[in-house]
Design a protein around this ligand. Structure first.
Ligand code: NAD
Length: 251
C-alpha cells in the first residue's frame, strides 16, 4: 500500500509475536523509519526491518522511556501500540503484585505510549492501532486483571479517536481472540494443557478447536495484516472501531 512508503512507524512490543509481525508487514510496504519499543533488549536487537531503526529497550509503563522516545523522534505517521502481558487467576486468588504487573504493562503503558504517539502526530495527523483483546469484551473466569486492562484499552481507543479526529488522527483497536504467540507461555493453565497434549503446537491447536467456530487460533501475521488495514488509507473513514478477530469465539 503506497501510504506506508517512506513513512515512520512506532511499534511497541516489537520484539515478539504480533508486534514483530506488524514490523515485518510495515517493512514489506516501504515504511522507512521505525521506532521500536520492548522490554526485551535482546529480542529487539533481533528485529531488523531495514531502513532507519531506533530501538528503545524498556518498560512501556516507565515515563522516562517515553521522554527518550519523544526526544529522538520527529513526526510519527503510524503507531501500533501493542506491548502487553497476560496472567490468569480467579478473583479470589489474584495476587495484588500480579494485578499491578498486568495493569501497569497493559494500561499504564498504553496511556503513556498513546500520549507520545498523539503528540508526535498532532501537526500532521496519523493512524494508531491499539492491541486490545476479546477478553476486554467477553467475560471469562480467570481473566479479571487481563480483561479489565483490555476493556480499558478499548475505551482509551474510543476517547483517543474523539480527541484525535480534529487533528486528523485516527485511532482504532484490534481485539484478537487466541493468537499463536509466546504470550501463552505466561499462562499456567496453558502449561498444563501442553503437558496433557504432549506439545505446545498440539495445545494451541486443541484450544483453537475447542474455543472457536472457525476451529483454530490466528497466526501473528494474520493479525498484523488486519492491523495494517486499520492503519492504512483503506480504513480512512474508520476511527474508534474495535475490530474483533477471534474466529467467532465471542459469538
Ligand atoms: P508476545 O509475548 O509474543 O509479545 C508481547 C511483547 O510485549 C513481548 O516482546 C514483551 O517483551 C513485550 N512487553 C510485555 N510487557 C512489556 C512492557 N511492560 N514494556 C515493554 N514491552 C513489553 O505476545 P503477543 O501475543 O504478540 O502480544 C501482543 C499483544 O497482543 C498484547 O497486548 C496481548 O495482550 C495481545 N493479545 C494477544 C493474544 C494472543 O492470544 N496471543 C490475544 C489477544 C490479545
Amino acid at each position: 500500500m503506497p501510504c506506508f512508503s517512506g513513512k515512520t512507524a512506532l511499534v511497541t512490543g516489537a520484539a515478539s509475536g504480533i508486534g514483530a509481525a506488524c514490523v515485518a508487514w510495515l517493512a514489506a510496504r516501504g515504511t522507512a523509519r521505525f521506532l521500536l519499543v520492548d522490554l526485551d533488549a535482546d529480542g529487539l536487537d533481533r528485529i531488523n526491518p531495514g531502513g532507519e531503526v531506533l530501538r528503545f529497550a524498556g518498560d512501556v509503563a516507565d515515563p522516562r522511556l517515553w521522554r527518550k522516545v519523544a526526544d529522538s523522534h520527529g513526526v510519527v505517521d503510524f503507531a501500533v501500540l501493542n506491548a502487553g502481558c497476560a496472567d490468569a487467576a480467579p478473583i479470589a486468588d489474584i495476587d495484588f503484585q500480579q494485578w499491578r504487573r498486568v495493569l501497569s504493562a497493559n494500561l499504564d503503558g498504553m496511556i503513556l505510549s498513546l500520549q507520545c504517539a498523539m503528540r508526535a502526530m498532532a501537526a500532521t495527523g496519523g493512524s494508531i492501532v491499539l492491541t486490545a483483546s476479546v477478553s476486554g469484551i467477553k467475560a471469562e473466569p480467570g481473566t479479571a486483571a487481563y480483561g479489565a486492562s483490555k476493556a480499558g484499552v478499548i475505551q482509551l481507543a474510543k476517547v483517543a479517536a474523539r480527541e484525535g479526529a480534529p487533528q486528523g488522527i485516527r485511532v482504532n483497536a484490534i481485539a484478537p481472540g487466541g493468537v499463536d504467540t509466546p504470550i501463552w507461555d505466561q499462562v499456567p493453565m496453558f502449561q498444563d494443557l501442553v503437558t496433557q497434549q504432549g506439545s505446545r503446537e498440539a495445545a494451541i491447536s486443541a484450544m483453537g478447536q475447542m474455543a472457536t467456530p472457525l476451529g483454530r487460533y490466528a497466526r501473528a501475521d494474520e493479525i498484523a495484516a488486519q492491523v495494517g488495514f486499520l492503519l492504512s488509507d483503506a480504513a480512512a473513514t474508520i476511527t474508534g472501531a474495535v475490530l474483533v478477530s477471534d474466529g467467532g469465539y465471542s459469538l
